[in-house]
Design a binder for this molecule. Structure first.
Ligand code: CTP
Ligand code: MG
Length: 216
Protein backbone atom coordinates (compact mmCIF):
# COMPACT_ATOMS: atom_id res chain seq x y z
CA UNK A 1 0.00 0.00 0.00
CA UNK A 2 1.45 3.39 -0.97
CA UNK A 3 -0.29 5.58 1.54
CA UNK A 4 -3.46 5.85 3.55
CA UNK A 5 -5.35 8.73 5.13
CA UNK A 6 -7.12 8.33 8.46
CA UNK A 7 -10.54 9.47 9.64
CA UNK A 8 -10.76 9.69 13.41
CA UNK A 9 -14.45 9.68 14.20
CA UNK A 10 -15.08 12.10 17.06
CA UNK A 11 -18.40 13.74 16.25
CA UNK A 12 -20.64 11.72 18.59
CA UNK A 13 -22.56 12.93 21.63
CA UNK A 14 -21.91 10.01 23.97
CA UNK A 15 -25.57 9.70 24.91
CA UNK A 16 -25.21 6.27 26.54
CA UNK A 17 -22.12 7.37 28.44
CA UNK A 18 -23.62 10.70 29.44
CA UNK A 19 -20.72 12.79 28.14
CA UNK A 20 -18.64 13.14 24.98
CA UNK A 21 -16.22 10.20 25.11
CA UNK A 22 -13.74 11.75 22.68
CA UNK A 23 -12.76 14.26 25.40
CA UNK A 24 -12.20 11.75 28.22
CA UNK A 25 -8.77 12.02 29.81
CA UNK A 26 -6.19 9.26 30.14
CA UNK A 27 -3.46 10.88 32.16
CA UNK A 28 -2.83 14.17 30.37
CA UNK A 29 -4.09 13.03 26.97
CA UNK A 30 -7.63 13.05 25.61
CA UNK A 31 -9.05 10.09 23.68
CA UNK A 32 -8.86 12.16 20.46
CA UNK A 33 -5.24 13.05 21.06
CA UNK A 34 -4.35 9.41 21.79
CA UNK A 35 -5.86 8.41 18.43
CA UNK A 36 -3.95 11.12 16.51
CA UNK A 37 -0.66 10.14 18.19
CA UNK A 38 -1.27 6.45 17.42
CA UNK A 39 -1.55 7.04 13.68
CA UNK A 40 1.43 9.40 13.63
CA UNK A 41 3.55 6.43 14.73
CA UNK A 42 2.45 4.19 11.88
CA UNK A 43 4.46 4.51 8.66
CA UNK A 44 2.65 5.27 5.41
CA UNK A 45 -0.07 7.46 6.90
CA UNK A 46 -0.53 10.74 5.01
CA UNK A 47 -3.39 12.90 6.29
CA UNK A 48 -5.00 12.52 9.69
CA UNK A 49 -8.52 13.95 9.72
CA UNK A 50 -10.49 14.40 12.91
CA UNK A 51 -14.26 14.61 12.45
CA UNK A 52 -15.78 16.90 15.08
CA UNK A 53 -19.39 17.43 16.26
CA UNK A 54 -21.67 19.64 14.16
CA UNK A 55 -22.95 21.43 17.27
CA UNK A 56 -19.46 22.65 18.25
CA UNK A 57 -17.16 25.15 16.60
CA UNK A 58 -13.76 23.97 15.43
CA UNK A 59 -12.19 26.21 18.10
CA UNK A 60 -14.31 24.73 20.88
CA UNK A 61 -13.37 21.24 19.76
CA UNK A 62 -9.65 22.02 19.56
CA UNK A 63 -9.79 23.55 23.04
CA UNK A 64 -11.46 20.53 24.63
CA UNK A 65 -10.14 17.69 22.46
CA UNK A 66 -6.55 18.90 22.00
CA UNK A 67 -6.10 16.87 18.80
CA UNK A 68 -2.66 18.38 18.16
CA UNK A 69 -1.22 20.36 15.26
CA UNK A 70 -1.03 17.50 12.77
CA UNK A 71 -4.76 16.82 12.72
CA UNK A 72 -6.99 18.31 10.02
CA UNK A 73 -10.49 19.19 11.26
CA UNK A 74 -13.64 18.14 9.38
CA UNK A 75 -17.15 18.95 10.54
CA UNK A 76 -19.27 15.85 11.18
CA UNK A 77 -23.01 15.17 11.10
CA UNK A 78 -25.77 14.02 13.42
CA UNK A 79 -25.50 10.38 12.28
CA UNK A 80 -22.20 8.50 12.20
CA UNK A 81 -22.62 7.80 8.49
CA UNK A 82 -22.92 11.54 7.79
CA UNK A 83 -19.73 12.11 9.74
CA UNK A 84 -17.90 9.39 7.79
CA UNK A 85 -19.20 10.79 4.48
CA UNK A 86 -17.99 14.29 5.34
CA UNK A 87 -14.60 12.86 6.19
CA UNK A 88 -14.37 10.78 3.02
CA UNK A 89 -14.88 13.91 0.91
CA UNK A 90 -11.52 15.21 2.17
CA UNK A 91 -9.49 12.02 1.75
CA UNK A 92 -6.69 12.18 -0.85
CA UNK A 93 -4.93 8.80 -0.51
CA UNK A 94 -5.96 5.60 -2.31
CA UNK A 95 -6.75 3.92 1.00
CA UNK A 96 -8.53 5.19 4.10
CA UNK A 97 -8.51 3.96 7.67
CA UNK A 98 -11.65 4.73 9.67
CA UNK A 99 -11.22 4.68 13.46
CA UNK A 100 -13.39 5.51 16.49
CA UNK A 101 -11.89 8.09 18.85
CA UNK A 102 -13.75 6.12 21.52
CA UNK A 103 -11.24 3.21 21.22
CA UNK A 104 -8.17 4.64 22.96
CA UNK A 105 -6.46 1.29 23.65
CA UNK A 106 -5.92 0.37 19.99
CA UNK A 107 -2.29 -0.61 19.29
CA UNK A 108 0.09 0.18 16.41
CA UNK A 109 0.24 -3.55 15.75
CA UNK A 110 -3.48 -3.73 15.08
CA UNK A 111 -3.37 -0.70 12.77
CA UNK A 112 -0.60 -2.37 10.74
CA UNK A 113 -2.41 -5.70 10.65
CA UNK A 114 -5.59 -4.09 9.30
CA UNK A 115 -3.69 -1.93 6.80
CA UNK A 116 -1.66 -4.90 5.51
CA UNK A 117 -4.77 -7.05 5.13
CA UNK A 118 -6.49 -4.25 3.19
CA UNK A 119 -3.45 -3.98 0.89
CA UNK A 120 -3.80 -7.70 0.17
CA UNK A 121 -7.60 -8.13 0.10
CA UNK A 122 -8.91 -4.61 -0.65
CA UNK A 123 -10.75 -4.08 2.65
CA UNK A 124 -10.22 -5.28 6.21
CA UNK A 125 -11.86 -4.99 9.63
CA UNK A 126 -10.82 -6.37 13.02
CA UNK A 127 -13.14 -8.63 15.00
CA UNK A 128 -12.94 -10.78 18.12
CA UNK A 129 -15.02 -13.71 19.30
CA UNK A 130 -17.10 -13.19 22.43
CA UNK A 131 -15.97 -15.04 25.56
CA UNK A 132 -19.49 -16.03 26.57
CA UNK A 133 -22.15 -18.24 25.07
CA UNK A 134 -24.58 -16.27 22.92
CA UNK A 135 -28.32 -16.90 22.98
CA UNK A 136 -30.44 -15.61 20.12
CA UNK A 137 -34.09 -15.25 21.04
CA UNK A 138 -36.75 -15.01 18.38
CA UNK A 139 -40.49 -15.32 19.07
CA UNK A 140 -39.70 -16.83 22.47
CA UNK A 141 -37.44 -19.51 20.97
CA UNK A 142 -33.82 -19.63 22.08
CA UNK A 143 -31.03 -20.60 19.72
CA UNK A 144 -27.42 -20.93 20.84
CA UNK A 145 -25.07 -19.21 18.43
CA UNK A 146 -21.62 -20.77 18.02
CA UNK A 147 -19.43 -18.11 19.65
CA UNK A 148 -16.55 -19.01 17.35
CA UNK A 149 -18.67 -17.78 14.46
CA UNK A 150 -19.81 -14.56 16.16
CA UNK A 151 -17.57 -11.48 16.04
CA UNK A 152 -17.49 -8.16 17.82
CA UNK A 153 -16.49 -5.79 15.02
CA UNK A 154 -13.92 -3.13 15.92
CA UNK A 155 -12.06 -0.25 14.30
CA UNK A 156 -9.71 0.75 12.68
CA UNK A 157 -11.15 -0.50 9.41
CA UNK A 158 -9.39 0.01 6.08
CA UNK A 159 -10.90 0.45 2.63
CA UNK A 160 -10.08 1.61 -0.87
CA UNK A 161 -11.17 5.25 -0.78
CA UNK A 162 -13.08 5.11 -4.07
CA UNK A 163 -15.01 1.96 -3.08
CA UNK A 164 -16.03 3.05 0.40
CA UNK A 165 -16.97 6.53 -0.87
CA UNK A 166 -19.31 4.98 -3.43
CA UNK A 167 -20.74 2.69 -0.74
CA UNK A 168 -21.48 5.64 1.54
CA UNK A 169 -23.01 7.65 -1.29
CA UNK A 170 -25.28 4.72 -2.25
CA UNK A 171 -26.29 3.62 1.27
CA UNK A 172 -29.84 2.43 1.57
CA UNK A 173 -30.99 3.40 5.06
CA UNK A 174 -30.10 5.46 8.13
CA UNK A 175 -28.45 4.52 11.39
CA UNK A 176 -25.41 2.37 10.53
CA UNK A 177 -23.19 1.92 13.58
CA UNK A 178 -20.46 0.21 11.60
CA UNK A 179 -18.74 1.08 8.30
CA UNK A 180 -18.27 -2.56 7.32
CA UNK A 181 -22.06 -2.95 7.17
CA UNK A 182 -22.17 -0.10 4.64
CA UNK A 183 -19.29 -1.69 2.73
CA UNK A 184 -20.81 -5.19 2.61
CA UNK A 185 -24.20 -3.82 1.57
CA UNK A 186 -22.43 -2.28 -1.45
CA UNK A 187 -20.83 -5.61 -2.31
CA UNK A 188 -17.33 -4.87 -1.02
CA UNK A 189 -15.60 -8.04 0.20
CA UNK A 190 -14.23 -7.32 3.65
CA UNK A 191 -11.47 -9.45 5.19
CA UNK A 192 -11.92 -10.14 8.89
CA UNK A 193 -8.65 -9.94 10.84
CA UNK A 194 -8.02 -10.75 14.50
CA UNK A 195 -8.88 -7.76 16.69
CA UNK A 196 -7.71 -7.10 20.24
CA UNK A 197 -9.56 -7.68 23.51
CA UNK A 198 -8.30 -4.36 24.90
CA UNK A 199 -9.57 -2.44 21.87
CA UNK A 200 -13.05 -1.97 23.32
CA UNK A 201 -15.14 1.08 22.53
CA UNK A 202 -15.97 3.29 25.50
CA UNK A 203 -19.74 3.09 25.70
CA UNK A 204 -20.59 3.02 29.41
CA UNK A 205 -18.90 4.25 32.60
CA UNK A 206 -17.32 0.87 33.42
CA UNK A 207 -15.52 0.89 30.06
CA UNK A 208 -13.75 4.10 31.06
CA UNK A 209 -12.62 2.63 34.39
CA UNK A 210 -11.27 -0.47 32.62
CA UNK A 211 -9.43 1.53 29.96
CA UNK A 212 -7.86 3.86 32.50
CA UNK A 213 -6.29 0.75 34.04
CA UNK A 214 -5.20 -0.60 30.66
CA UNK A 215 -3.58 2.69 29.63
CA UNK A 216 -1.87 3.42 32.97
N1 CTP B 1 -19.43 9.37 15.83
C1 CTP B 1 -19.28 10.36 14.87
N2 CTP B 1 -20.38 11.01 14.39
C2 CTP B 1 -21.62 10.71 14.85
C3 CTP B 1 -21.79 9.69 15.80
C4 CTP B 1 -20.67 9.02 16.28
O1 CTP B 1 -18.15 10.65 14.47
N3 CTP B 1 -22.66 11.39 14.38
C5 CTP B 1 -18.23 8.71 16.40
C6 CTP B 1 -18.16 8.81 17.91
O2 CTP B 1 -17.58 10.07 18.31
C7 CTP B 1 -17.35 7.60 18.31
C8 CTP B 1 -17.61 6.61 17.17
O3 CTP B 1 -18.25 7.35 16.12
O4 CTP B 1 -15.96 7.86 18.38
C9 CTP B 1 -18.46 5.44 17.63
O5 CTP B 1 -19.76 5.89 17.98
P1 CTP B 1 -20.47 5.67 19.40
O6 CTP B 1 -19.66 4.77 20.25
O7 CTP B 1 -21.89 5.33 19.14
O8 CTP B 1 -20.34 7.12 20.08
P2 CTP B 1 -21.50 8.19 20.34
O9 CTP B 1 -22.40 8.23 19.15
O10 CTP B 1 -20.83 9.43 20.79
O11 CTP B 1 -22.25 7.54 21.60
P3 CTP B 1 -23.84 7.29 21.74
O12 CTP B 1 -24.24 6.40 20.58
O13 CTP B 1 -23.99 6.62 23.08
O14 CTP B 1 -24.49 8.64 21.69
MG1 MG C 1 -23.53 6.49 18.55
Amino acid sequence: MDSADVLIMAAGKGERFGDRKQFLKFGEATAVNIAVELFKKVEGISNIFVVYPPDMTEEEFMEEGKPGEDAIMVRGGILREESVKNGLEKVESDYVLIHDAARPACTEGLVRRVRDAAAEYGAAVPGINPASTINYIENGNIRILDRNRVYFIQTPQCYKTSEITTAYNDRKKNGYTDSSAVAREAGIEVKLVEGEARNIKITYRDDYQYLKEVLK
